[in-house]
Design a protein around this ligand. Structure first.
Ligand SMILES: [Zn+2]
Length: 324
């Protein structure tokens, strides 16, 4: 990546630490198959025929993990590849591309972003030379133009200057208003744009061939959900998502895949607990400040990163439910 730079912890070394962890025999063989000129490939888990996922660390973005905290993956068709999310840095995106090239030489025809958050879109620039179509929710361009610069500034302190310097916001050029099908050559994937839930620009990808649903951050496992849209909208989306005819899901955070629709149970329980306690606090005339300490505390031991996101979720829910 940047061999000329001598830093105590180079991005390249950090990537190696982050990605070169044991992930099964196939991943080991994929690593060995990588071309010498490429970045170190991300460790992959083959979760279904032609579907590969790198499970991100359940953590906050940092220089040590190179922003690789979200699940990213790709689907290989008869003629082309579709990438689903590109990771939290260009370095991670490059490592994902190297992993793809260790599996197939087919062109990357589509790079799909499931939503606007940095850990899902900051790797986009690594794919520009492949000349794919960048695909996103119809509201994604507006969200990226409103928040992109803020995301770069806010994450610079976490990622460090080297990883941050090469990140550019790459907006989608193919927009999904409702539903769209993309053909990878004998393999059709279905894209669906959702009403406001995790964010106002959530997009899911269903691989019909294997019944694999890439849910983006509409599904969290292990990592406590973060509400950047609407708790009521997300609960509605959970009900609708349950009807999606899939066998497995790739959550935005958590394991590489999980059985479907059972993977929805944890976040549904969490949102119902938050909504219940926030509504009770509002009905009792409590202030937001007192609601912050009381909401859904029984959920704390069931999630990772609870302390980093839960109070923010209660705040978002309070602001939304106060006026219903
Ligand atoms: Zn997100």
């Amino acid at each position: 990546m940047r061999p000329s730079q001598a830093r105590p912890i180079s991005p390249c070394r950090a990537l190696a630490w982050a990605f070169l962890r044991p992930a099964g025999a196939l991943s080991a063989s994929l690593l060995l198959a990588a071309p010498a000129w490429s970045a170190e490939p991300l460790a992959l888990e083959p979760i279904a025929p032609g579907v590969f996922v790198h499970a991100g660390a359940v953590d906050l973005m940092s220089e040590a993990n190179a922003g690789a905290i979200a699940n990213v993956g790709f689907i290989v068709g008869g003629e082309a590849v579709a990438v689903v999310d590109t990771g939290g840095s260009v370095a991670e995106g490059r490592a994902l591309l190297a992993a793809i090239r260790s599996v197939t030489d087919l062109p990357v025809r589509y790079v799909i972003n499931t939503h606007m958050h940095p850990d899902h879109v900051f790797g986009n620039a690594a794919f520009e030379e492949e000349r794919p179509q960048f695909v996103g929710h119809a509201k994604l361009p507006r969200a990226l133009s409103a928040r992109g610069e803020h995301y770069l500034r806010a994450n610079a302190a976490l990622l460090g200057p080297d990883l941050t310097a090469e990140i550019r916001i790459v907006p989608p050029d193919l927009l999904v208003e409702d539903r769209t099908e993309l053909d990878l050559g004998g393999r059709v994937i279905e894209l669906r744009a959702w009403p406001t839930a995790h964010t106002d620009n959530d997009l899911t990808v269903l691989d019909r061939t294997t019944g694999t649903l890439f849910a983006g951050d509409l599904v969290f496992l292990q990592h406590v959900p973060s509400i950047d849209g609407s708790i009521k909208g997300w609960l509605s989306a959970v009900d609708e998502l349950a009807a999606v005819p899939a066998a497995r899901v790739v959550p935005g955070h958590g394991p590489a895949s999980a059985p479907w629709p059972a993977a929805l149970d944890d976040e549904r329980r969490y949102f119902e607990a938050v909504a219940r306690d926030v509504r009770a606090a509002i009905a009792a005339g409590s202030t937001l400040q007192s609601a912050l300490g009381a909401g859904a505390e029984e959920e704390r031991p069931r999630w990772e990163l609870f302390g980093a996101f839960h109070a923010r979720n209660v705040t978002a829910a309070f602001a939304e439910l106060e006026w219903e």
